[in-house]
Design a protein around this ligand. Sequence first.
Ligand code: C2E
Ligand code: CA
Length: 754
Amino acid sequence: MARHQQRRALRVTTWLMVVLLGCYLLGLLVPATEHKVLVNTWLGLLTFVVPAAVCWLAAWRTRARRVVVRLAALAVTSYAVGNTYYIVVLGVEGAVPFPSLADLGYLGFFPLMVAGIVAGLYRSPGSQAVGVWLDALVGSLGAGAVLTVVLDHRLQDALGDGLAWETAIGLAYPLSEVIAISTIGAVAALGARRLGRRWPLLVGGLLVFTATDIIYGEQVSNGSYTNGSLVDAGWPIGLALMAIWVVSAAEPDRAVLDGRQQARPASLVVATLATAAAIGVLVVGARAEVSTLALALAGSALVAGALRTHLSFRAVSREAELRRQAATDDLTGLPNRRQLYAEGQARLRDAPARRRALLLLDLDDFKEINDSLGHHAGDLVLVEVGTRLRDCLRPGDLLARLGGDEFAVLLDDAGPGGAATVAAKLREALAESFGLEGLRLSSRASVGISLYPQDGADLSLLLRKADIAMYRAKRSGSGVHVYGGADDSASAVLLQSVEELRAAMVSGELVLHYQPKVDLATGEVSSVEALVRWDHPSRGLLYPASFLGLVEQGGLMPTMTTTVLALAMEQIAVWAGSGRRLSVAVNLSAGSLADADLPERISAMLRASGLEPACLQLAITEEFLVIDRGRAREVLTRLRQDGVQIAVDDFGTGYSSLSYLRELPIDELKLDRAFILPMVDDPRSAALVASTVGLAHSLGLRIVAEGVETQEAYDVLTALHCDQAQGFFLSRPVPAAVLDAWLEARAARVALAP
Ligand code: C2E
Ligand code: CA
């Protein structure tokens, strides 16, 4: 059958099912005896058989959720077959013995349906998180415990029956019902988007179906059941709802938004309700007779709940530790640049009326120390400088190491005079000599000062002005310079270079270097990161650090991003042409969030290039995610719909919480090199990396280590099951041709290896 014929047959059968169900309900409501055979026998039969047909038409040749859909179809069929047998025997012999073959069909429904649901939940992406499964377990045990109490007398009755076979079947019904309701608890806890867009239909259908079974069981056990009553409608209604769910679940999802998308709120509510229910069962159990099974289920629900709480607590403290490490400078233990931004910005916001001064301090002779005495000596000097600066300051002042030999101090409640005095004091403290491996050393520093509020309303503006002032101080040899209007001539220089940069972009002076990401399990390279360089005609090859600021300030980021994307796509195509399937990661700055038509531009470029979208990865920073979460979600969802991969760069250094990651469409985390460098010597750092790897995997994300500089780090990461590594140990970022040679040499080595 052609695809469209198949679809039409499915649609017609689904409508037939709905119409038949309507007729059947009407028939049950109108108690006219002459229609009894038509309603109870024929309609009764069809309302079970047609849902099975709907399921099979949907399941046939489907590619989405194949196992789930087929198991569900089998479950509905099993019930329909059992019911057909029942109705036929009833028609021919006037009565059906209990138990009979019909019961096998009826009972077959439960294990098949539950197996389908479990398979669906288990196979979906992002489902491996232990916490999520524990929520499901708590939900399911809690629901099970309550139902066991409700069904207690039926369980007891069944146990009292004579024949072993009868006992087993008699017990199987209430137990199946308990399992079905428990499964519903789990599905609700997981917010089971993984079971398709229409999962509430499944939950509703299964609930109606099982509730009918329960009511029927009660009525039979107290002798009040009559054939052809309204209760009979419950089964076909439940089956019809489930069949409609099967139809939608068999359709592939349009948007590739997986279970991570909205798993959370429901799970918390369900887990809480289930815990309360379990406590309720235990309380009832203390006063009245409650079966051991119910008590065991309730107890287990509480244990699982406690374990869940413990895990959440650990995740929260892990996150706090990650954040603390990310906020401090490893070498000096001082706050780092990010922390200065975060904390400084918060202070300006909290007390906007208070005067403040920002001091930017740069050592004058650090390069010589480093070059003549080595990096180790350089490090010791930096540690000593950090200590001395700290000793000179008041507790309310914020001292940070910005990187290299740059330090910054945000002074509380200070004007130009006070700031200059502090600057002089700091320089004096550094000038005092100290012993280093038998040598006497002292350090000179230049300090630039900017003032709040007059020089700028936010920290980045203050830093920029303090930077300009610091260069003034250095160039003039004055040691300290307070930023003033005259320094604005510096801005003229800036303007000139923005123009220069704009010209560079169109004349092809921007080039890309590529750094491979190596798969730690296989040693293969399937993706590379593109890093931009400015091949400056007179100043040589410039690194992003020296011109990205300018790009931002000059408003040139959209142009640069487009240029870089075009270069990267061109290269992907060249590689594809020579039989190399490499995906390329391009960095997006946080500012790109404001670039309104960026997603459309990327889509259009991809379409025009004819490349497979999965070949393009976009690396964003955590900053990108926190500035405007709604916008970030919109942009990422849009891009991911096209099939572009999303990675979060410098992970661990920002302020996004892990819960963001669960909600946003992300494929990869790149663990910042701040965590990789100390990992080999410091077991605590290694443990942190290990737990982050686990965390990433539990969210269904790939994790990549940045800044892998040594064999030791590479080995540790392999042992920790990190997915990929990138760093100088493997290769520096290099032009495409050099990377080709590197890849070939590597392939040859692998081929030669025994
Ligand atoms: P990033 O995204 O964190 O890129 C990795 C940086 O780490 C690169 O610096 C790379 O050379 C360096 N690196 C790689 N392996 C190691 C290692 O083992 N040890 C150490 N110490 N460093 C390593 P690069 O090329 O100077 O780029 C700096 C930053 O500039 C990038 O940081 C990225 O944020 C930004 N950037 C680069 N290209 C682009 C671009 O096309 N667009 C935008 N918006 N930003 C870019
Ligand atoms: Ca990057």
